[in-house]
Every structure is written in structure tokens, then in C-alpha cells.
Design a protein around this ligand. Sequence first.
Ligand code: KG4
Ligand code: ZN
Length: 370
Amino acid sequence: MPARHAADGTASPGLSETGDAIDSNIMSSAENPVILGIETSCDETAAAVLRGRTILSNVIASQTDIHREYGGVVPELASRHHLERIDLVVDLALGRAGTRLADLDAVAVTCGPGLVGSLLVGLQAAKAIAYVRSIPLLAVNHLEGHLRSVFLEHPGVPFPAVSLIASGGHTSLYLSGDEDRAVRLARTRDDASGEAFDKVAKLVGLGYPGGPVVDRLARSGDRKAVPFSPPRMSDGSLDFSFSGFKTAVLRHARARGLDRRFPAGEPDQETRDLLASFQSAVVEFMVKRVLTVARREAARSICLSGGVACNSLLRARLAEEAAGAGLQCFAVSPSLAGDNAAMIAEVGRRKLLLGEVADLSQNADPGLEF
Ligand code: KG4
Ligand code: ZN
């Protein structure tokens, strides 16, 4: 059954919910278990309930407003705020789904990668629920969550599929033979793509997170105004690298006196042109990499996930190039692109089916690989 989710609705500042509330008692079955997902790896406190592949609720309490004044995520503040909100967010997710703790078949939680203090909050909450209800604990890799967010939303993705995960912490390419097998083909050697957007926004005096604001301002800029040269790997690898784009922006902004000229107001046309050129260069670099790998691996489809999947130019250009190459393109919806717990519950659902259950000694692993 395809995943379903309603449009975002803001419940209170910094808190968003998706999912259709249901009012009858929840019925689970072996094929359609009711799973609570919990995600606290960075600065979103998130909980979601899935029944099978159906998203019953998807609650995300964002900490963006708290970290904005520091220009990035402050780990100590993040864990403290997770601690303050986790119970409320879990209660909201259960309530919105029309479920109680007693209805749950399992609890899935992100165990890494991420900020250790933040991960531990979600992990302890999940362990407590698993222990008290005597239900399986499912330990989930955050990046597998992003990868699978596309399969959750589009159950008919044809394989082999090449997936680009582009977020604030990671930018990697994977080849999936089916839903359960993914091999990493490339990763970033320095900054993540979202990190590059955030740093560039910061150095021209725009707020955090930078991705959405660059995306918006680039719409009224000339993407051909400033030339950028994409990085070339001397070993011929298809890995990504984004720090050169950021340095080029820094040099150009300094030379033209564009850095930090607009701390409060809207940037001028020259800055918009620079941002549009930067965004276009980064997007074309990523799209080219994805298409090269997809052709080499004889993929049938291309999948896009992670926070940077919200980028309007990336979505459009990837869809365009995929269509030109005869490939299907699946970009996750913005409501499932950023960090969320529905994707964590979905990985948990597969783990439950495969019998991959964690025990209560499960620890957080900030550097967990995928
Ligand atoms: O997946 P995510 O919510 O968190 C991580 O796991 O990192 O991704 C957050 C990142 C931030 O760097 C943010 O600037 C970026 O996604 N982002 C965007 C856009 N919306 C969010 N980057 C470019 N264009 C956007 N529209
Ligand atoms: Zn993420």
C-alpha cells in the first residue's frame, strides 16, 4: 500500500505534523505492524507512527529558532531541548495517530550517525518504551532512513536504483539492488552539500539554515553571472567535494565587498547573482555525478532524499536529466526530506520483518557508517 501523508500543518511554533488522525482502535498485524519511530540525531525532535507503510502521524519539533542566533547547531543546546520535548513529541505522535503505547508492536530509534548527546535522548526514550511495553527495540541508521524515505513514499521504485542523499551532514551516492540492499558508491571528501549552502549564506550575512534562503534568493538571480569550476578528483573517483565552491564564493564576495553587507535586510542584485551562480554550479555538479553513476551502473531509476532534496533547482534539473536519459526520478516530498521519524519507523519496519532486533544495551554511535 502506498504511503500516505497529509500536507504539513503547523500545530505550534516550531512544531509540524503530518498524517491523518484516526479515531478507532488501531489494528496491527504481522504484515502491518504499528511502529513508533523516534529521531533526535541533530536539531529536530521527531516522532512518528506507521502502520505498515501508512504514516499515521509524523511530528517534528524543530530547534532552528534556538540555533539560528549562533549560526549553526550548538550540541549542548540541542540535547537539552531534545530532553525537554521528547515526551511531548512522542505523546503528540501517538495521539495524532489514535494510538496508545499499548498498541505498539515495536519502537524504532536513530542510533547514529549524529550528535552523541542528542542521539542518547531519543535512544533512552525508545529503550524505556521497549522495556516497559516488552516490545522489540529497532536500532536505525539515520542515513538508511533518508535513503528509504523515498521507498516509503514511492513503493514502486524500479531497481537497480541510484540514490543521492544530500543533507546538512552528508552527501553520498548509493546503488540499491532492491529495497534491502544498498552499497555506497561515492561520498563527500569535505563539506556536505547542505553545509556548503549554510556556510555560503552565512558569509554573505544571511541566516541559518542557508539552504532555503539561497534557494529563494537564487530565483531572482542570474545563474550565469559568476563562473565556478567544478572540482576534479585526481584519482578519477566520483566522490563529491564542496569546499571549493564555498572558497570561490568567499573570494568573490570579498573582492566585490559583498560579505556581510546585509545582516538584516534583503541582499542586492549582485549578491543574488552570486547565490544563483553558486547554487547552479553545485546542483550541476551533483546532477552530473548522479547521471554518470546511473549510466555506469545501468540503473533504472534515480532517488533523491535529505534536506537538500528540498532545493527547487536540484529537483527540477535531476528530473530533467533523468528523463533525458530514460530514467525514472523519485524525489522525496519536502515533508519527508528533512530529518523526520517516519523514515526511521520505516527502516524499523523492515528490520522487524527481517528479525534484526536490538537489545537494551544498544548504544549511540555518532560516527556510524552507512
Ligand atoms: O536532512 P536535514 O534536515 O538534516 C541533516 O541530516 O543534515 O538537512 C538539513 C540541510 C541544511 O543544510 C539545509 O540548509 C539544507 O538541508 N536545505 C536546503 C534546502 N532546504 C534545506 N539546501 C538547499 N536548498 C533548500 N531548499
Ligand atoms: Zn538527516
